[in-house]
Ligand binder design. Structure first.
Ligand SMILES: Nc1ncnc2c1ncn2[C@@H]1O[C@H](COP(=O)(O)OP(=O)(O)O)[C@@H](O)[C@H]1O
Ligand SMILES: [Mg+2]
Length: 272
């Protein structure tokens, strides 16, 4: 099977030997088309570094990355830049929208830069913004949009060129909880519908309820992964891996078991 994204022992060492930081330590992972993965873990655990390598923005010290079956290391800089523009979409915490372009122009820019702003591309840019609830904001400048609206424009821009892989680093960091849930839910739907491989870094475990798998990074390695639906729901509810594990151990029934337990805790003595 060919994964949309695959790494083999990918490693990043910053600085010189002696004073170096091992930011990402031999991480191997594979993400399928149509799969949405959350990358979580404490600050400094290597999430952004890993994402930058997957986006072909940073060369690994060791290991291998394949996007859509193609080895990034086998390309020269020019080929890699071109490949990035075709196969990879990304959005970072600072959404980097250009202030003097409208929402629609910001999304179209991605295609313009690749020389692919044709009629179909224009329709796709408009369609994505409409899908993200911005039909009446197409011609607004970023300064005329709320934080959540700007973030949705950035998501449209990350998807408009039909990339195989979509990477988002803390896309909800500047949003309130309700907006954050909306943005991630729509992002998840688009990834599933359009069969992209999506990876989202988030510090907010509540957001993981929309993903198919949670990868927990600590000190540059993958500490553990959760792909069981009920475990993911528990993680999103409790906000901690430890609590989710505890709950799962205490109630073999998973989420229904936990809910039954907490309902039982509310029942008044002698009321049944
Ligand atoms: N450009 C850099 N030069 C040197 N060290 C860096 C650089 N970027 C990140 N680091 C270090 O690498 C480690 C991982 O950082 P980062 O990938 O930003 O983690 P996260 O996104 O999980 O907070 C940290 O120890 C950080 O200080
Ligand atoms: Mg980071």
């Amino acid at each position: 099977m060919t994964y949309a994204l695959q790494t083999e022992a990918v490693t990043k060492m910053y600085g010189q030997t002696g004073t170096s930081t091992l930011a990402v330590d031999a991480v191997s992972l594979a993400v399928s088309a149509g799969e949405f993965v959350a990358l979580v873990g404490p600050s400094g655990s290597g999430k952004t570094t890993l994402l930058a390598m997957l986006a072909a923005l940073l060369n690994p010290s060791e290991g291998r990355i394949r996007i859509d079956g193609q080895d990034l290391a086998a390309m020269n800089d020019k080929e890699r830049t071109r490949f990035r523009g075709e196969k990879i979409g990304f959005t970072f915490q600072a959404n980097n929208l250009l202030p003097y372009l409208t929402a629609l122009e910001n999304v179209e820019l991605m295609l313009r830069l690749n020389g692919r702003l044709d009629t179909a591309g224009k329709a796709r840019a408009r369609g994505l913004l409409e899908r993200l609830g911005l039909a009446d904001r197409l011609n607004n400048l970023p300064s005329q949009l709320s934080g959540g609206q700007q973030q949705r424009v950035a998501i449209a821009r990350a998807l408009v060129h039909n990339p195989a892989v979509v990477l988002a680093d803390e896309p909800t960091a500047s949003l309130d909880t309700e907006r954050a849930f909306q943005v991630v839910e729509t992002f998840a739907s688009l990834i599933h519908e359009q069969q992209r491989a999506g990876i989202m870094v988030t510090h907010d475990l509540r957001m993981v309820k929309y993903v198919d798998r949670v990868i927990h990074m600590v000190d540059g390695i993958i500490r553990n992964e959760v792909s069981d639906r009920q475990q993911i729901e528990l993680l999103a509810l409790t906000g901690s891996f430890e609590a989710a594990e505890q709950f799962a151990l205490q109630s073999p029934g998973g989420l229904p078991g936990v809910l039954a337990q907490s309902l039982a805790a509310f029942a008044l003595p002698g009321s049944h």
